[in-house]
Design a protein around this ligand. Structure first.
Ligand code: PMV
Length: 345
């Protein structure tokens, strides 16, 4: 069976069909280093995971729907914002989603959903060039705007990672550790996104089951930044760890990467985004043979930890026994992809 997400020459497209519907998919992400610090312009490093969300949009219905239900702010906040922000025509959009990225786990489910939706809408709007290529910088910018308008805060790390695929470095100033991809702006803020090469890392994500809300954690850190110099120092330290991680990642040095992850976890604790349920998972998994390092990944306050291990099965079992939900993931792989509508049934 042909893979509908493989690039195909434009000549094989079915004339007309692409005007009516479009399908795109986008991956989740894992922040290796730099969460929260990136909000203050310090560099961060993230990579896509092998979990993906697929979105189909069409202009064949007579009202705006999501998976058959009328679109509603309360249940479809990202999707509603994406349609309002990107779709400038009068005809209603029907959206079908198929999510492979677990929600509220720090692995980028809302970014995957947003990027896939914006990508599908751009395709439906005919924004690709003659060869069928899309403007990824524009997609990353629009997706960030949708996330920001929905969440009210945060950085473009999730949406840019999901768009770009592979691994990225991102910072308020060009991190200068990879090849420039694009810049993202919001009011008087700007971020530079760079492509970095990452080794294939075996990561186990442990979801604590406690829902961590990104906007609440970002707001909590903002209060700390105003009141406490230790929080400001810890955020700068987190940014330095992103720089230190580059040679370790290049050398595929698990011991060095693991140590840096442990240091990042301590700094995230200092800025106040740890949670007893996360610390329990970190403590348990650090005692498991094969573990090189473990840290909060994403906003914290709940959500997930990331574990670098060469014995993923053992790490996963320990997380499960401690009450968490483990996901074994690989990082790297493609970013956003559009389906060739000629092969989609
Ligand atoms: O909660 P997540 O996985 O979307 O990660 C958020 C990362 C933060 O740095 C805390 C916020 C941001 O948008 O950069």
């Amino acid at each position: 069976m042909p893979n509908p997400f493989q690039a195909v020459p434009p000549s094989s497209r079915v004339e007309g069909l692409s005007d009516l519907r479009a399908v795109a998919s986008a991956p989740g992400k894992l922040i290796l280093f730099g969460e929260h610090a990136i909000v203050y312009g310090h560099p961060a490093i993230a990579a896509v995971t092998n979990q993906r969300t697929e979105v189909e949009v069409d202009r064949c219905g007579d009202r705006f729907t999501v998976n058959g239900y009328r679109i509603h702010e309360r249940y479809h906040s990202y999707l509603k914002k994406a349609v309002e922000h990107v779709w400038k025509h009068d005809d209603p959009i029907r959206i079908q989603t198929e999510g492979g990225v677990p929600s509220a786990s720090g692995t980028g489910s809302s970014a995957a959903l947003t990027v896939a939706t914006v990508a599908a809408l751009m395709q439906l709007d005919g924004q690709q060039d003659e060869e069928g290529n899309h403007d990824l910088a524009k997609l990353a910018q629009l997706s960030f705007e949708v996330e920001r308008l929905t969440q009210g805060g945060g950085s473009p790390i999730d949406t840019s990672t999901s768009t770009a695929g592979g691994g990225i470095a991102i910072g308020g100033k060009p991190p200068g550790i990879g090849d420039p991809l694009w810049d993202i702006t919001w009011e008087d803020h700007a971020w530079s996104v760079e492509r970095i090469a990452l080794p294939e890392l075996s990561i186990v994500v442990g979801n604590s089951g406690v829902k961590g809300k990104t906007d609440e954690q970002v707001a909590k850190v903002a209060r700390g930044v105003q009141r406490n110099p230790l929080v400001r120092e810890a955020l700068a330290d987190i940014g330095k760890l992103s720089h230190e991680a580059i040679p370790a990642l290049k050398a595929n040095d698990y011991v060095a990467i693991g140590e840096l992850m442990n240091k990042a976890h301590s700094a995230l604790h200092t800025i106040g985004v740890n949670h007893p349920a996360l610390q329990k998972l970190v403590d348990v998994v650090r005692d498991v043979p094969g573990t090189y390092g473990a840290k909060i990944t994403g906003a914290g306050g709940g959500g997930s930890i990331a574990v670098l291990t060469d014995k993923p099965y053992r790490a996963a079992r320990a997380i499960e026994e401690a009450g968490g939900t483990p996901y074994q993931i690989t990082i790297g792989g493609p970013g956003v992809e559009w389906a060739d509508m000629a092969t989609v049934p």
